[in-house]
Design a binder for this molecule. Sequence first.
Ligand SMILES: [Zn+2]
Length: 290
Amino acid sequence: MNTCPWCKTPTDRTILELKDYFLTKEDFKIMECPNCGLRFTIPRPAPEEIGKYYQSENYYSHQQNNKGLVPRIYEFVKSFNIKNKSSMAIGGLTQGKLLDIGCGVGDFLVQVKKQGWEVQGIEPSDDAKNIAEKRLSFRPYSSSDYAMFEDHTFDVITMWHVLEHIDDLHFQTKEIHRLLKPGGRLIIALPNFQSFDCQYYKEKWAAWDVPRHLNHFAPDVLREIITSCGFQTIDTQKLKWDAYYISYMSERFQGHSMPLVRGAWIGQRSNWKARKTGMYSSLVYRFQKL
Ligand SMILES: [Zn+2]
């Protein structure tokens, strides 16, 4: 029996058996909690062991100055994705303080800072922090530094594809709630396994990304969890480009030829279907602290 990391209900309900296709090729399972519906990765690497699963030159989100077609497309898309993200995070607000949790090399913070906001970041990777420090002229904090921040410090907290990596969801949600001002905005971007690209690729869907992704949230489950922590839902938005990137990576895991072409086609179909269902490959959930 395994235990749900959120509500602690024991379960042996296995949804999928899959591998770390991206890096180690080790075997993992996705379990589903029968009580709260959260899906989670088993075995769950201990926090002190998880580092080895991130050691890859292909982990684009921490890399800069990549060469080759795909990294170039990735960089190109990223640049206007960032503007889209900043409008979701701070659109309609007067300038204030923003914390980006899992800020990586600081792409998003650079953009928000440019728009006159006071910014802070938290990032576990030292390599990423070193790059971010040069670009932001301050060093992002570590994951163990939450206590450094006073209550009600921030107007906005963002987590771009971060909550699925978090081991201690209770600590994380409590700290986010503590750090936000009343009425403050919380932005959580996550992959969505109810998307067409997940249904199509099944266990080879790249956004399962085990064991780096410890938690897998259905949209309703995520909303239930976050609203139970003292937030209300504002709305849910889409990240359209993720369907193409995830489909491309999934094609590579299958060993197919022309992964870029096939991935573009499946990504396109996913986005078409999502126009009716709302089930995009990645979703951005916006909440407000009560
Ligand atoms: Zn549960």
